[in-house]
Structures are given as structure tokens and as C-alpha cells.
Design a protein around this ligand. Structure first.
Ligand code: HEM
Length: 145
């Protein structure tokens, strides 16, 4: 893909392709690993497979390889997040980790704004509870309030 291709390239290509998305999710999960609310939400101790799923999803969303769809099917992201307690606190923590990762990626301002706008809207759409943690259907069998 040459520069001369200009507007015909995808956002995925414009920001640097696979390498850029790899760096983005690596930085993001490095932050998640240190977050006391987010880290315990991940079913697997090793965040590597989760990082790979997020990377494949983002690459596909922005016009890159469609590996995510081939391996995981339709994203149905809201549905896939239902088992997790995504309240506004979790959303803000997720966005804080992602903000650090996006800053480190050092994208051109127009790309950064486009990516961030999407991530913010997606994160707000992913919120599935306003109950405090431990209350509600995911209370692990304990009586709910
Ligand atoms: C708002 C806060 C969010 C929290 C707390 C959260 C948390 C989680 C957790 C715990 C998982 C399971 C880990 C795994 O096995 O993959 C997951 C999966 C995933 N999340 Fe999120 N997430 C959030 C927002 C988002 C957003 C905004 C996106 C997309 C832009 C996203 C994309 C994904 C993808 C692609 C998967 C893997 C789905 C699959 O199984 O194929 N998440 N998330």
C-alpha cells in the first residue's frame, strides 16, 4: 500500500496496520492488569487471549483483516458483555486504560480523534448495570437486594 493510494486506504492502513493495533491493545491490557476493579473481571488469569480478541475485533472494525469474524462470528458485543458487571465505574476505568494506550500510540490528531470518539461511544454503550458491584443477578448466588 503506497502513500499515493491516499483516500482509498482504510483507517486500519492509515494508522499503521497490525503493528499499531498490537501496540494499542498491549498498552491497554498492561493498564488493565494493574486495575483492581477490571482485572478480576477477566475470567482468564492470562490476559493474552482477551488482548488478542480485542485486537482482532478492532482491526476488523477499522477495515483490517476479518480474522475476528472468522474465529468468533458476529461480535454482538453488548451481549458478550452481559456476564460482566459493566457499571459506570468499570466503564470509566476501561476508558482510562484506553486513554493511556491511545496517547502512547501517538496517532495523527485526526486519527486519534476518530478512534477516541468511537471508543468512548462504544464504552458508554457497553454499560449494562447501575447497581453496585455484588448486587443483582451476577451476585454469585448470594441474596440480591
Ligand atoms: C466499558 C467497559 C468494558 C469492560 C469492563 C469490558 C470487559 C470485558 C471483559 C471482562 C471481557 C471478557 C474477556 C474475554 O474473554 O475476552 C471482554 C471481552 C471483550 N470486549 Fe470488553 N469491556 C468493556 C468495553 C468494551 C468496548 C468498548 C469494546 C469495543 C470497542 C470491547 C470489546 C471487547 C471484545 C471484542 C471482547 C471479546 C469478545 C469475544 O468473546 O469475542 N469491550 N470485555
Amino acid at each position: 500500500m503506497s502513500i499515493a493510494d491516499g483516500a482509498a486506504t482504510t483507517f486500519y492502513d492509515q494508522v499503521g496496520g497490525h503493528e499499531t493495533f498490537q501496540r494499542l491493545v498491549d498498552a491497554f491490557y498492561r493498564e488493565v492488569a494493574q486495575d483492581p476493579v477490571l482485572k478480576p473481571m477477566y475470567p482468564e488469569e492470562d490476559l493474552g487471549p482477551a488482548a488478542e480478541r480485542l485486537r482482532m475485533f478492532l482491526e476488523q472494525y477499522w477495515g483490517g483483516p476479518t480474522t475476528y469474524g472468522e474465529r468468533r462470528g458476529h461480535p454482538r458485543l453488548r451481549m458478550r458483555h452481559i456476564p460482566f458487571h459493566v457499571d459506570p465505574d468499570a466503564r470509566d476505568r476501561w476508558l482510562r486504560c484506553m486513554r493511556i494506550a491511545v496517547d502512547e500510540a501517538q496517532l495523527a490528531p485526526i486519527h486519534e480523534a476518530t478512534l477516541w470518539d468511537y471508543l468512548e461511544r462504544a464504552a458508554h454503550a457497553m454499560v449494562n448495570t447501575f447497581e453496585p458491584s455484588g448486587v443483582g443477578p451476577d451476585a454469585g448466588g448470594r441474596p440480591t437486594l
